[in-house]
Design a binder for this molecule. Sequence first.
Ligand code: FAD
Length: 313
Amino acid sequence: MSETLAGRLAAAMPGLRGRLLANEPLAPFTWLRVGGPAEALFTPADTDDLAYFLKNLPAEIPVTTIGLASNMIIRDGGVRGVVIRFSPKGFGQIAVEDGYRIRAGAFAADRKVAMAAADAGIGGLEFLFGIPGSIGGALRMNAGTRSNTNPEIEGETRERFVAAKAVTRRGEIITLAPQDMAFVYRGCGVPADMIFTEALLQGFSRAPDEVRAINARVQEHRERDQETKVRTAGSTFKNPPGHSSWRLIRDSGGLDLRVGQAEMSRKHANFLIAHEGASAHDIETLGEEIIALVKAKTGVTLEWEVKRVGVKA
Ligand SMILES: Cc1cc2nc3c(=O)[nH]c(=O)nc-3n(C[C@H](O)[C@H](O)[C@H](O)COP(=O)(O)OP(=O)(O)OC[C@H]3O[C@@H](n4cnc5c(N)ncnc54)[C@H](O)[C@@H]3O)c2cc1C
């Protein structure tokens, strides 16, 4: 182990309380179930442990954070440097606070936050019920849902955001206010190496049964319009201004493309499906071919929403 990056880091940081593993497979943690290992995988015990680790981590070692990896392609060659993945024990807490607020750890599942909001009679967070990521991922991606038919299931993280805690690459623990987040459509302006550890979200009074009924409608909407039973990473591309990616892909003939075991969904043409045996290479190549096809047919350039990390095999 001392020959590995994880071993060297563990030896250099005697105060570390979290778990450091060498060459740990990441595919099982991801929705697409593809990709190579992390050179070192660190699971911090808590925020102070994460801060200690980052403070003592040499600046040249790259750090990649993964949440529930529902919006991510890990490449087949794996991820160099350190991958940080939280545990539910350290970062999965959900607490209801006065004033219809919820404080959630960065590894709390969005769906559980929506369920806790229902139990507490807090409305406005129902959109989270249908997003299969973590709160950390929701902050980074400004996760949200739009519906042409039912406004009650709509919402975006930025609308409910009060504050977040984060740890900088240098190991400082900071608090972020709305203006620090610089939220945009499916993203935020916070430096890529800053790691969120907690969010405070604001809802409003709504009867628990009403919130549960809306959560159920969020689920119905998902099952009707999206792929929920196969390996996907949600919307593959952002919607270009004035366009829907799914329509551009369908009308350009993108549903006829297949690379290895990867193809676009016939139910939702912006969802990419990884069939059994698909590699990250199949998936990413299909995405690149879709971008080229849509550009050639329509002149519109699609931009990846899914994050691609790691090295090609
Ligand atoms: C079936 C399906 C449906 C989906 N539907 C939607 C939808 O309706 N709306 C929507 O917005 N998204 C949707 N998604 C995409 C995805 O669920 C969201 O983007 C989600 O917010 C990602 O959270 P995650 O924890 O999985 O993040 P990951 O995929 O693990 O990571 C995404 C990004 O967030 C960063 N990140 C994760 N955790 C942290 C942290 N603690 N601190 C700093 N950065 C962090 C990662 O580094 C990466 O850049 C869907 C995905 C699937 C598979």
